[in-house]
Design a protein around this ligand. Structure first.
Ligand code: AP5
Length: 212
C-alpha cells in the first residue's frame, strides 16, 4: 500500500520539485491543484476562465471550486494506492474537507511534509523559476539551470512577477500556514529544512523521514 502524502510550504518552497521526484520513485500520482488550474487556463476551459483572475493576482481560488476538483480526482483509479497532493489543502476548511472525505473511506493522510524556506529566499527563487510547458519540469536560472537545448522553450509563470509573489506570500502566511498546526495535531507532520541545500539533498531528507 502506498502513502497518502500532502506537501506543505510557501510558494516556491520546492513542493513541486520534490513531489515530482517522490511520485516517480514511489509509483503514485502527483496531484498539483496549481497544475490543474494552469492547464485549464491554457486550454481556455470554463474552469480556466473561472480561475484566471485568482491565479494572475495571487489570490486563492474559492474553496468550493478547489475541493470539488480534488474530490473528483481522488476517486480516479490511479489514486487507489496513494498519492502526493501538492498545493492542496491550502486553508483550514480545505484540510477539514479532505479529512472528512477520507474518513468516509476509512482513509487518512499519513504524512504532511512541510518544506520550510524563509521568505527572502522565496522571492529570489521565484524570479528565476522557468518551466517546460511540455513536460512540466521545473528549473531555476540561478539554482537549478535547465539543459541548454531546451532553454528556448521554457516559460515563466505569470504569477512569478515580484508584486504577485508578495501577495502569494501574504496569502500563504494568513490562510495556509495554520494547516501546519492542523497536521501536527493529527500526528502527520514532518518538518524539512528546505534552504541552503540542493534539490537532491532536500529529496534525500524527505526520503529519510518517510515511513517504509
Ligand atoms: P501553485 O501552483 O500550487 O503554486 P504555489 O503553492 O505558489 O507553489 P509554487 O508552484 O509556486 O512553488 P513550489 O513550492 O512548487 O516550488 P517549486 O518546486 O516550483 O498555485 C498557484 C495558484 O493556483 C495559487 O496562487 C492559487 O491561485 C491557485 N491554487 C492552487 N491550489 C489552490 C488551492 N488548494 N486553493 C485555492 N487556490 C489554489 O520551486 C520553486 C523554484 O525554486 C524553482 O525554480 C525550483 O527550481 C527552485 N528550487 C527548488 N528547490 C530548490 C532548492 N533546494 N534550492 C534552490 N532552488 C530550488
Amino acid at each position: 500500500m502506498g502513502l497518502r502524502i500532502v506537501m506543505l510550504g510557501a510558494p516556491g518552497a520546492g513542493k513541486g520539485t520534490q513531489a515530482i521526484r517522490m511520485a516517480a520513485k514511489m509509483g503514485i500520482p502527483h496531484i498539483s491543484t496549481g497544475d490543474i488550474f494552469r492547464k485549464n487556463l491554457r486550454e481556455g476551459t470554463d474552469l480556466g476562465k473561472k480561475v484566471q483572475g485568482y491565479l494572475n493576482s495571487g489570490a486563492l481560488v474559492p474553496d468550493a471550486v478547489t475541493c470539488e476538483i480534488v474530490a473528483d480526482r481522488l476517486q480516479e483509479t490511479d489514486c487507489a494506492n496513494g498519492y502526493i497532493l501538492d498545493g492542496f489543502p491550502r486553508s483550514v476548511p480545505q484540510a477539514e474537507m479532505l479529512t472528512d472525505f477520507l474518513a468516509k473511506r476509512d482513509e487518512k493522510i499519513e504524512v504532511a511534509v512541510n518544506i520550510d524556506v524563509p521568505d527572502t529566499e522565496i522571492v529570489d527563487r521565484l524570479s528565476a523559476r522557468r518551466s517546460d510547458p511540455e513536460t512540466g519540469a521545473v528549473y531555476n536560472l540561478k539554482f537549478n539551470p535547465p539543459p541548454a537545448e531546451i532553454a528556448e522553450k521554457l516559460i515563466q509563470r505569470e504569477d512569478d512577477k515580484p508584486d504577485t509573489v508578495k501577495t502569494r506570500l501574504a496569502t500563504y502566511h494568513e490562510t495556509t500556514e495554520p494547516i501546519i498546526a492542523y497536521y501536527d495535531e493529527q500526528g502527520a507532520l514532518k518538518n524539512i529544512a528546505g534552504d541552503k541545500a540542493t534539490p537532491d539533498e532536500i529529496y534525500q531528507r524527505i526520503m529519510d523521514i518517510l515511513p517504509n
